[in-house]
Design a protein around this ligand. Sequence first.
Ligand code: AMP
Ligand code: MN
Ligand code: MN
Ligand code: MN
Length: 277
Amino acid sequence: MTHVDLHCHSNASDGLLAPSDVVRRAAAQGVALLALTDHDQLDGLAEAAQTASALGIGFVHGVEISATWRGKTVHVVGLGIDPREITLATGLARVRSGRRRRAEAMARSLAAAGIPDTFEAALRHAANETMIGRTHFARHLVSIGVVASPAEAFRRYLVPGKPGYVPHDWAALREAVGWICSAGGQAVLAHPGRYALSAGALHDLLGEFRAAGGRGLEVVTSSHTRDQFHRFGALAQAFGFLASRGSDFHAPGEGADFGALPAFTAPVAAITDALRI
Ligand code: AMP
Ligand code: MN
Ligand code: MN
Ligand code: MN
């Protein structure tokens, strides 16, 4: 799994690079098997697959679906999906459809907090306008000097309890997993360490995810600490999940990069075992 990266983004969602440039960057940093997993849509996959083939690296068709579980947002990565499958495509179209209204509400909330005119401005940061999201607002807030970094934009404005955050209903967890299974893919719960759940709630989430058809748990990812690699590796073992590894790369100089991800460590088999590659 050391040369495997099963989670990253292009400008088809909230990454900065075109899909072909994401693949070139990953290959240059030693990735030999890559999944592109843009949020809630599949537009970048054909271009990425073509570039991977030209470069001679392995490619997995992926997606990262925004889901709502007990009122919290969780992300479900789908790996090895068929992008032409209609249930998944229709479900993703529904998930995308609420983004614009949510962004308008975020802009009103930011205006009330003294930062006007952010909707059109954030939209200009989104190469794919249907995918307007918090990252595009974060980049706008950096560009006008309100904050020094996207991370600061999230800390001060874009997370629950802060002005600029608007609660949103995404796909139900069960739906997201079902769509991935319909499309012949493997469902992986992304970055479980980011959800700020109690041990009991996390246990419930993993149980419901598995009951819905979930197969994998992201163990090694850039937002996890080394302790979390071990904690989620052990949970993967306890629940019978296969382990996944992915940088969650979005943009050069913005958070994680491909080459910086630590080696794979988990007491269970890797999700690549379940992918036909
Ligand atoms: P959205 O789908 O519009 O809610 O945006 C979610 C995206 O925001 C995630 O996929 C990350 O790219 C980004 N994000 C969420 N939380 C943070 C954070 N604390 N720091 C930086 N980026 C974040
Ligand atoms: Mn993102
Ligand atoms: Mn995510
Ligand atoms: Mn991601």
